[in-house]
Design a protein around this ligand. Structure first.
Ligand code: BT5
Length: 264
């Protein structure tokens, strides 16, 4: 990455700070340390390469140098935050910003696989990792980390994947530049962030939900916990599922995995 060029392109956005790195273990870990040392709200940390990119529950996010986007945003609690419900909307924020930027700039049919993946044609191009940190009972910061496969070289070997993956350039059939994509995603994310506690935000997210109206299976810790039709999102960003004669169920929680059930 040409750091000077990247910094200049990002400098018009209302960020609290910009940190650009050639290599880091994980931008989320780096952001966590910065937050602990008092970094400003909306500080962006982006790296050309992560040596230990992280997914959820100890899983890895794999990438090759310069092939994708890996960045994290530090969010510190604001007076207007409504924290009485589950924090799932922060992964929705990351996924929605990526899906919208991809749709707007490249006209590709990006959808959000709840809770934290962005898919194009049923293949993963992006993962979001939200980590909240607490001091006693009080939330100190939320780190919102986003990884996007941009060039074809960013797609990990199939043996490392539990779900098919693709890159933006592969789906588009032509080259994609990382910097304008990053600027589009972060700009949209900052706008959506203003709406995050409104129903309008949930509606925008729900409009791009993958598998809506389809039969899905949910699992947690490797065990299936439910099956049913995916109805949509709850007002807190959980998913609403209905199957059989039982009443509708709502699930929250970033540890749940969702998959489509082939009923043909
Ligand atoms: C995620 O977790 O998808 C969240 C990934 C978040 C990555 C960003 S990069 C910037 C920031 N810093 C970090 O350290 N992390 C964040 P999860 O839903 O648990 O999915 C992880 C699974 O996705 C892995 O077990 C693989 O199967 C698969 N995977 C790994 N790398 C991938 C890639 N590049 N493309 C598609 N799938 C991948």
């Amino acid at each position: 990455m040409d750091q000077q060029k990247w910094r200049k392109a990002l400098s018009d956005l209302p960020l609290g700070g910009i940190v650009l790195l050639d290599q880091v273990d994980s931008t989320n870990s780096f952001a966590e340390n910065m937050a602990r040392e008092g970094a400003a709200n909306l500080t962006l940390i982006a790296a050309d390469h992560q040596t230990s990119g992280r997914g959820r529950r100890g899983r890895s996010w794999l990438s090759s140098p310069g092939q994708g986007l890996a960045f994290s945003l530090i969010l510190t609690p604001q007076p207007d935050w409504k924290l009485e419900g589950p924090p799932g909307r922060f992964s929705g924020l990351g996924a929605l910003a990526v899906a919208r930027a991809v749709r707007k700039s490249y006209q590709l049919p990006a959808l959000i696989k709840w809770p934290n993946d962005v898919l194009i044609q049923d293949k993963k191009i992006c993962g979001v990792l939200v980590e909240a940190h607490w001091k006693g009972d009080s939330l100190t910061d939320i780190i919102l980390g986003i990884g996007v496969n941009v060039h074809p070289g960013s797609i990990p070997d199939r043996t490392h994947l539990q779900f098919p993956a693709t890159s933006l350039a592969r789906e588009l059939g032509s080259e994609v530049r990382r910097l304008p994509l990053l600027v589009d995603i972060v700009a949209d994310l900052l706008e959506l962030y203003q709406l995050i506690f409104n129903q309008e935000f949930i509606n925008l997210w729900q409009d791009l939900l993958a598998y809506r109206g389809e039969w899905i299976s949910l699992s947690e810790g490797g065990e299936e916990i439910d099956q049913g039709v995916l109805l949509g999102l709850s007002s807190w960003g959980g998913i609403r599922v209905k199957g059989g004669s039982a009443p509708e169920r709502v699930y929250h929680g970033g540890e749940i995995r969702l998959r489509l059930v082939d009923r043909s």
